[in-house]
Design a protein. Structure first.
Length: 410
């Protein structure tokens, strides 16, 4: 028999029991659709998290104050003390050459007012390298000039959210606004960055020079001279990050006179470790979703095997007659294998259509991120064909090994 004859015979046999064939292919339809939807959601989630954590920087270290012993030996939180200083920033810059950018910062909250518009926002007092470390770009205007950092100039850069709240579509450059009770001149606006890695609005911020923040905005908080709340740094080569972390920790312990065995009065956070942890978590989730979808597909394949075995039992006389008039066992095997693969292929095509539509609907009407990939669809089609081949082989082999005399007798 030619391949065309085999396919024609298989299609005729399936059409004779079309309802049973449709119900049999239902398992493959559900399995393929589940594979496409779940894998698309998993990949979309992976891409979304990659995009969010990329803003944190994979070549960055963040240093914050640690805890200290208070009166009576009680351990107090890092927010109770300012153990980091601008001197630490300068020492890191001078003594650790692998560091590309390093900057200290202060931060707080304030009310920003312009005419009848006002907003409650956060402010950051920063050093020059802060913009490069956090990938801040200027939309209009410019960054602070060098003398602004040393002279406590009352200049401010506006995040996009604050700019729109105060000035609408205008840039506001050259206008005077108030941070609390202190007037500041707007010298530039920052390009929007959107949502941060932890869900915060990164554009709801204003930035001023570090010394300006210390003198004008910290008020009566009793901040020690030169103190900063955070130090951030980046390295030029990600392979140097581990060495730089060790070098910085040793340098700060020496500067802060931390004796051997004592706990550090600072904390160093390696952003790349957070990125790696999140990536591993999302990869595991994607594999879990893929495994669930694969189980659905296997269940559909078992359904095909079950129905094909029933079909062999029902068509024993037909098989015996074919063998008696000269059909080779391989012809019988190919016919039943073709029937199983046709069921699986038709179910796969319908499942691909439903799965693609389902993935698009999930992305449109839910908050789940979806990344529909042509490779996923192609993989699903290959799985559908492979399912029919794998689960249809045993019934086809059983049919081809029947004894013609015994088959005709039944």
């Amino acid at each position: 028999m030619t391949l065309l004859d085999v396919l024609r015979t298989a299609a005729f046999a399936l059409r004779g029991n079309w309802m049973r064939s449709a119900l049999t292919s239902l398992g493959v339809i559900i399995g393929i659709a589940a594979v496409i939807v779940m894998v698309s959601v998993g990949q979309g989630t992976q891409q979304e998290i990659d995009k969010l954590v990329s803003g944190l920087g994979s070549q960055r270290l963040d240093i914050s104050p640690g805890s200290q012993r208070g009166p009576g030996g009680a351990r107090q939180s890092g927010g109770s003390f300012y153990t980091l200083t601008e001197g630490d920033v300068d020492a890191i810059r001078d003594e650790v050459p692998e560091v590309q950018y390093v900057a200290g910062a202060l931060r707080g909250n304030t009310q920003v007012v312009y005419a009848e518009n006002n907003a409650s926002t956060s402010w950051q007092g920063v050093q020059p390298d802060w913009f490069a470390i956090n990938d801040w770009k200027v939309a209009e205007g410019g960054l602070f000039e060098a003398q602004a950092y040393g002279g406590a100039a009352k200049q401010v850069l506006l995040g996009d959210t604050v700019r729109r709240t105060l000035f609408g579509e205008d840039s506001g450059i050259g206008e005077t606004i108030r941070l609390g009770r202190v007037p500041f001149t707007v010298v530039g606006t920052l390009a929007p960055k959107g949502q941060g890695g932890f869900g915060q609005d990164q554009d709801d911020v204003v930035m001023v020079p570090l010394e300006t923040a210390r003198r004008r905005l910290m008020g009566t908080m009793g901040l020690p001279p030169g103190a900063v709340m955070q130090v951030a740094l980046t390295v030029g080569d990600a392979r140097d990050l581990g060495y730089v972390q060790t070098a910085v920790e040793g340098l700060l312990r020496q500067r802060h006179q931390v004796r051997p065995g004592e706990e550090d009065d600072f904390r160093v956070r390696n952003i790349s470790e957070i990125v790696a942890t999140r990536t591993a978590t999302t990869n595991l989730m994607s594999k879990l979703l893929g495994a669930v979808a694969t189980i659905c597909l296997v269940i559909g394949g078992i359904g095909i095997m079950n129905i094909m075995l029933v079909s062999v039992t029902e068509r024993i006389r037909e098989i015996g007659l074919r063998l008696a008039v000269g059909a080779a066992p391989s012809d019988v095997r190919r016919q039943f294998l073709a029937e199983a693969m046709l069921i699986s292929l038709i179910g796969g095509v319908i499942g691909i259509v439903i799965g693609t539509a389902g993935a698009l609907l999930v992305g449109r009407f839910s908050e789940l991120p979806v990344a529909l990939d042509a490779q996923v669809v192609a993989l699903a089609a290959a799985f559908s064909i492979g399912t029919g081949l794998f689960f249809g082989y045993y019934p086809a082999r059983k049919a081809s090994r029947l004894d013609p005399i015994e088959a005709l007798r039944q």
